[in-house]
Ligand binder design. Structure first.
Ligand SMILES: NC(=O)c1ccc[n+]([C@@H]2O[C@H](COP(=O)([O-])OP(=O)(O)OC[C@H]3O[C@@H](n4cnc5c(N)ncnc54)[C@H](OP(=O)(O)O)[C@@H]3O)[C@@H](O)[C@H]2O)c1
Length: 291
């Protein structure tokens, strides 16, 4: 694809989940400014349309909006259908949506909310869009994890936190799942077709965790906000991994501050990654063998 100076993402289509606010919206803004045709998702049409208007004003190009609650697998499937119908190519998928819940919530599918939204939704969406990504090769799957993955452990005996739930454990586990999923996808896909990388955006001042925050978060975050990254700065690593030409063949890596970093020891455990992949495929009832 021909690169246009100053608009290096011209001709590329990028789908960003959670592009209506926070890091996702800033990622969409940055990539639109680089010339990408951007598509964003959100749960609320008005909010997503308002974000799209802002992104359009900044980038001047085409911005599409899709509405879906990704905690529901039926909605993830409907979103994928609509995306496949509307977008003839997907050069980059940014799996950005994620959140923290201090108390245990259950989704429409009867699954624990953090695991369902932070891990199963990107797993299922990526799976459903894989052929379109391959068709647009070389394509990139960028998954927004967190340094919190390093405190995570995949508890296969209580994946849904039914026996014991802690918001921190559920979040850390889901962010480790993001990295394990990324590395397993990278092993399954030739880099020339699709690359898969995960990242830590930094500590960013957004609405993260606002629905059901931990007490410490409620008390401390107002004081810490001035020291946190702005969403624009928080989006820098997502934008870099989604667009940098020198990363075209780089796959199966974890990034922070726009640089490759070693992730936690547990994240490199292939047996855990394979098992998590199979369990996830079962939980989303993936009817086709996933790559
Ligand atoms: N903020 C941080 O310091 C930080 C640090 C490390 C990692 N991260 C990661 O960065 C990612 C983005 O976080 P953020 O801070 O930008 O969060 P945020 O401000 O809460 O934004 C979340 C985005 O996700 C969408 N969203 C939330 N729940 C959804 C659902 N059920 N279905 C569909 N969309 C949903 C929201 O859209 P609507 O509300 O409009 O539907 C919004 O666009 C997450 O994966 C998070 O784990 C953040």
């Amino acid at each position: 694809m021909k690169l246009i100076r100053g608009r290096p993402m011209a001709g590329r289509t990028v789908l960003i989940t959670g592009g209506s606010a926070g890091i996702g919206k800033a990622t969409a803004l940055g990539l639109a400014t680089m010339g990408a045709h951007v598509a964003v998702t959100g749960r609320d049409r008005d909010r997503a349309n308002a974000a799209a208007a802002e992104i359009r004003a900044a980038g001047g190009g085409r911005v599409d909006v899709f509405v879906a609650d990704l905690s529901s697998q039926a909605e993830v499937r409907r979103l994928a259908d609509q995306v496949l119908h509307a977008l003839t190519r997907i050069d980059v998928l940014v799996n950005n949506v994620g959140g923290y819940w201090n108390t245990r919530h259950v989704t429409a599918d009867g699954l624990e909310h953090t695991f369902a939204l932070n891990h199963l939704a990107p797993f299922l969406l990526t799976t459903l869009l894989l052929d379109q990504l391959k068709h647009s090769a070389p394509a990139r799957v960028v998954t927004v994890s967190s340094n919190a993955h390093a405190m995570g452990r995949i508890d296969f005996d209580d994946l849904q936190g039914e026996r014991s739930y802690s918001g921190a454990h559920a979040y850390n586990q889901s962010k480790l799942a993001n990295v394990l999923f990324t590395y397993e996808l990278a092993r399954r896909m030739p880099a020339a077709s699709i690359t898969a990388n995960a990242l830590h955006p930094g500590v960013v001042s957004t609405s993260f965790g606002a629905d059901d925050p931990a007490v410490v978060q409620r008390l401390l975050v107002p004081f810490l906000r001035p020291f946190m990254k702005t969403p624009n700065r928080g989006a820098a690593t997502s934008i870099h991994v989604a667009s940098a030409p020198d990363l075209a063949q780089v796959t199966g890596r974890f990034f922070a501050h726009s640089r490759p970093r070693k992730s936690s020891e547990r994240s490199y455990d292939r047996a855990v990654a394979t098992r998590l992949w199979q369990v996830s495929a079962d939980l989303v009832a993936a009817d086709s063998p996933v790559v």
